[in-house]
Design a protein around this ligand. Sequence first.
Ligand SMILES: Cc1cc2nc3c(=O)[nH]c(=O)nc-3n(C[C@H](O)[C@H](O)[C@H](O)COP(=O)(O)OP(=O)(O)OC[C@H]3O[C@@H](n4cnc5c(N)ncnc54)[C@H](O)[C@@H]3O)c2cc1C
Length: 451
Amino acid sequence: MTAPLGPTLRIVIAGAGMGGLATALALAKKGFQHVHVYETAGNLGFVGAGIQVAPNLSRVLQDLGAWDALKDDVVEMKEASTYSIRVSATNEELANVKLTHVAERYGQPHCVAHRSALANAMYQGCRAAEPHVTIHFRTTVVGVDFDETRVLVKEREDDGEGHWINADVVLGADGVKSVVRKFMLAQHGEDGDVKDTGQAAYRIMLHRDQLAHDPELLAFVESNTTFRWIGAKRHVIAYPISRNTIFNISTAQPDVNFAAEPTATWTTRADKSAMLKVYSDFCPLAVRMLELVPEGEVCEWKLRVHHPLRTWVEGNVALLGDACHPTLPHLNQGAAQAIEDGAVLGVVLSKLTDLNDIHAALLVYEASTSRLRKARTEHLVEEAAASGRALHLTDPEAQAARDEAFRQVKHGGPNPDRAVDREVQDFVYGHDCMRDAEARFDGYFAEVKGR
Ligand SMILES: Cc1cc2nc3c(=O)[nH]c(=O)nc-3n(C[C@H](O)[C@H](O)[C@H](O)COP(=O)(O)OP(=O)(O)OC[C@H]3O[C@@H](n4cnc5c(N)ncnc54)[C@H](O)[C@@H]3O)c2cc1C
């Protein structure tokens, strides 16, 4: 159904990351004709990493028409695909979870992709929707006026005070350091500080030719398998992307470098020797893999989250993605949830027939008492943190109990790695966020209006 307010509603989105691009695309698909996205970066930003495209995400991408542009780039986890959890020091396999059930059980395959391919697929969809969608690169949102529903933007450092952009709806998709969140919290007299997880992550990509001399590692990039080596306070996860031409590696370890330099940015080129030192007690295979990374190509991220917000909505302004539910990456769902948010915003705003109901529609999107965004995403943030705690255990007895639980997975036991636990997968993968929003909108909307 085309949105009744599609021809007139003015929508401003702060940030053209995963959530911002998905939101713009979802709105264009619903027939909105005045969607303006403001993005600080001069292009699609830092995109050099792999991303797990779980069934809940591939379902949304199909509904938004972005799947066709992505599908040739992904590695589909099918047939012999598994998720292999190993002891970091010995390479002993604790659990080998088959992923073949995924497509059958959830109606969509589990894939892994290059983050830039995912961003590009959504970006191409936005470009095709021009002039209804316009992405303004090199433009930063520096202020929000909640009473007038407008944002202050600056195009360059020397842009003076900047200029105001009027809108009917403002959506803050400006990531974990969101200024829209900062202004929203200030409006409520609350503090917007992010919570330090004490963790950081290295993100690395090895091209197939860098592995060609090593048959064991070459087999990994050809295997359609996700590998997770777990050790005290640390783990390494690796999987092939881009049609098995790249082996994507991501780690999690205690943060030392950012903590020592709190003023540093949250992403930085890292020192290879420091990385190798952190993982020096991992098995020779994992160390060999890390040693292949060229000097200067190690990137370190500070992992940050923040306390759940009381609300994501103020007036006609709403938050989405990492701006309101940043997560540890251990469930591989941060981008997927940001994209689900955007898709649901497309649904709820498309139901509007009256400008005076925008705030109510945004409350339906948030719907904190239901699975319609807030409760769902905050539950997944908790699951990701719990998974990290289980993977990074330090006490030998607790580790032994966890490892035994991993061994029991093949007999139907719960999986301590929540990303591959069947119950968690049912909750995450089984959810069709757009159909759910379509089905529930009227009931929730009546409830919000009746308050
Ligand atoms: C190590 C690691 C591994 C991960 N792996 C996965 C995975 O496998 N699967 C998964 O689903 N997720 C993963 N994630 C999480 C995922 O990257 C994020 O959750 C996701 O990018 C959030 O999307 P977003 O749109 O909210 O924010 P972002 O994608 O960060 O986009 C925010 C955008 O806003 C822009 N911006 C910021 N401030 C302003 C401003 N004031 N004005 C204008 N523009 C602004 C930024 O430049 C940026 O482009 C991982 C994260 C990490 C750290």
